[in-house]
Design a protein around this ligand. Structure first.
Ligand SMILES: CC(C)(COP(=O)(O)OP(=O)(O)OC[C@H]1O[C@@H](n2cnc3c(N)ncnc32)[C@H](O)[C@@H]1OP(=O)(O)O)[C@@H](O)C(=O)NCCC(=O)NCCS
Length: 163
């Protein structure tokens, strides 16, 4: 598994990762009705192209054939909007590796805070990475109640050496 930046020709693979991650792995934390409306909210190549092409950093994890199997992103204000992994690749540390690369880049860019609206499934993943829970968000998509959790991690720089 390698990590590289997203390219335009990853678009359909990234859309498929999103749909499969939500509709399969999403069932670990949400009802079939909830994953249906969640998946529909971003399940098109146009949505992927727009989101991934707007200037944000998008990282993909790729298999031995350079096909994307997981992805994440970082917006300029420290917001992580997406973290998704193909169901058959979950539980192998791929999201973890993507996140570690993302945090490294955020620190290089001098960012002081990362934040995310974590799903029920991603909440323990981000907690393990040092994110703290700020609050739960309850909302509706197409009339279906859904929730996620706002979490943040402060990236504290090294203290200046005294004297
Ligand atoms: C969330 C998701 C991307 C995680 O992908 P993954 O590749 O299986 O995650 P990893 O195997 O890298 O696990 C990440 C870390 O969290 C830990 N972890 C995962 N699930 C956990 C749980 N339920 N409890 C405690 N720790 C957990 C792992 O041990 C790992 O820790 P490590 O870095 O010390 O090894 C994947 O489950 C997914 O696509 N979910 C559906 C879509 C979704 O909810 N996306 C998040 C939107 S905010």
């Amino acid at each position: 598994m390698q990590i590289r930046e997203y390219r335009e020709d990853d678009c359909s693979d990234v859309t498929a990762i999103f749909v499969n991650a939500v509709t399969v792995t999403g069932l670990r934390g949400y009802s079939p009705e909830q994953v249906r409306v969640w998946a529909a909210s971003g399940a098109s190549d146009d949505a992927t192209r727009e989101r991934c092409g707007d200037g944000r950093l998008v990282l993909v994890a790729v298999d031995e054939n350079d096909r994307a199997i997981a992805f994440t992103d970082l917006e300029d204000d420290g917001h992580i909007d997406m973290l998704f992994c193909l169901p058959e690749w979950t539980g192998r540390g791929i999201a973890s590796a993507l996140y570690e690369r993302l945090e490294h880049i955020a620190r290089e860019r001098g960012m002081s805070r990362l934040y995310v609206e974590a799903s029920e499934i991603a909440r323990p993943v981000f907690a393990k990475k040092g994110f703290v829970l700020l609050h739960r968000n309850d909302f509706e998509i197409d009339g279906v109640a859904v929730h996620h959790y706002t979490m943040e991690k402060l990236l504290l720089g090294k203290l200046p050496i005294a004297g």
